[in-house]
Design a protein around this ligand. Sequence first.
Ligand SMILES: Cc1ncc(C[n+]2csc(CCOP(=O)(O)OP(=O)(O)O)c2C)c(N)n1
Ligand SMILES: [Mg+2]
Length: 657
Amino acid sequence: MTTSHSDMANAIRALSMDAVQAANSGHPGMPMGMADVATVLFTKHLKYDPAWPEWPNRDRFILSAGHGSMLIYSLLHLTGYENPTMEQIRNFRQLHQPCAGHPEVEELPGVEMTTGPLGQGLATSVGFALAERLSQARMGDVIDHHTYVICGDGCLMEGISHEAISMAGHLKLGKLVVLWDDNEICIDGSTSATVSDDQLARFTASNWHVQAVDGHNPAEIDAALEAAKRDDRPSMIACKTTIGYGAPTKQGTNGVHGAPLGADEIAATREALGWPYPTFEIPADILDAWHTAGKRSQHLAEQWKLAFDGLDEDIKADFTRRQNKELPEALVDAVNAFKKENAENPVKVATRKASEMALGVINPIVTETIGGSADLTGSNNTKTKDQAPITGDDFSGRYMYYGVREFGMSAVMNGLALHGEYIPYGGTFMVFTDYCRSAIRLSALMQQRVIYVMTHDSIGLGEDGPTHQPVEHLMSLRAMPNLAVYRPADVVETAEAWLAALQDTTRPSILSLTRQGLTPVRTTHTDENMVAKGAYELLAADGDAKVTIVATGSEVELAVTARDTLQAEGIPTRVVSMPCTDVFDQQSKAYQDEILGNAPINVAIEAGIKFGWERYVGRDGIIIGMDSFGASAPAPDLYKHFGITSEAIVTAVKNRL
Ligand SMILES: Cc1ncc(C[n+]2csc(CCOP(=O)(O)OP(=O)(O)O)c2C)c(N)n1
Ligand SMILES: [Mg+2]
């Protein structure tokens, strides 16, 4: 006897409503509404092997509507992944349990990314689909998979959906398939109150293939998925569904979006669906049918392993190295040679230029970097000579012209990193980290090595004025957990920051780089990566230190000049360069004490908000920085106007003596 489609879909519905009820919180409506679509996808189309979740050529499935997390937990359990177990599903949303409120990538194999911030799953899926194209261009058909997304009304209302749809259409990402849960319900009620876009026309306008189906009709869903796979454009399937399908009095309303159904409604739903089984119980025949579906692609995974084994040794070794996040051995020596050359022949350049110089060494060696910029390539200095552009017709290149889509770029970079073989880096102006921020936050939360090249990092950018001058950005980014913000002071420090960022495999980095030229401060070579310590003593005091000046990036040279003046006047002064507070905070207390020292007078200087520097110089410390937005004028005038000068340091110190 074959198990019916509806029995299989009802298993998802039952687990979802029961888990939400047990947790007394969560979102039953979406999984119940999309159960039919998900059942067709996971039993007939998605290529995956629960016994080998990391299979590199698996299809990727992204639940962009992350609030419907019980959908993916149900699917993983039913198809036979080791986790979540039924016990873990019973512990939905509990501490130290893998079935978190929203899906978290490091909790469960099979969850490809952390979702919940609406729209970002959709945008990140563009990065997954792009990574597939890049890998196929490099390795041939051994990488050949689809990327499927389930998104909701909310995902499509978010602005980032436009960036994502536009990029995917432009890049002709034909193996990206989006299933839209077209249930016409959001939290506040009917979507008719907030949106009247013709979504199909919107996707069509961006060069997508579109279809509309009854999301409760398995044959229609199946046929649409077939057609989507045949078409060489990215595909969107609008699936008309009833949110909370099966709940007699609550389905089709916002009441079922994000609250437990309640015991009575659950009993009535069991009745209505013809699901007489007890809470958290799946009859053996239905579970068997799901397990069988879960084994559908196992032979493909085995064939893939043989095909992979047959590849050239070099290609295999390189692929495995990238997947393991190991860097080519030649990198460290090459960076050290570059540092030595630049310490011995120092040049005054902007750190954005220094970054380009460093990339000139890094990119030919680390061939997994995928560079890019959000339409500021010439300003961010992100492209090196050896990088050809990636286009919809040729994915062999290594440089993405992301267009003016900062948030989209950042989400795509997350997808590139999550796919497993690439180290994405991308640039825009530092002030527009605000546009990227939610994706930066997901890079950090998901522990992904994404490198943000953020140039024009202070009032030092000059005439473009306060709209373009970051002020609070550095400190606010430093406040984000698991993000390393590097603000190097010259060419050598920039190279060290790049190396540190590349070597940090479980954390994104921001490189905060100047527009204006900087006087070199590191003119004695050492192989040691000083930036990787977070902070270090750049110049010792001549005598018993009376003053410690802590500075970052473009202000380190001001600290050096101030030290010269103070020393000349008999005031022993040390300079600490602090390119990365995040890394410094992780050093031993002994190291931190040694670097911060015990001089009676402590100064911090940075062309950014003063807020936060008390942490390093104490409440009695002198903090030279900003309290307001910037202004439009030449950079030297602005530094004077805002009092961020070496003279200001000297005067403040003398006032304390
Ligand atoms: C960026 C973002 N804004 C707001 C929310 C809070 N939120 C979660 S679900 C939701 C409504 C989503 O509506 P829809 O996508 O139609 O989901 P459905 O109610 O159909 O399940 C909102 C506003 C969020 N998770 N992310
Ligand atoms: Mg909805």
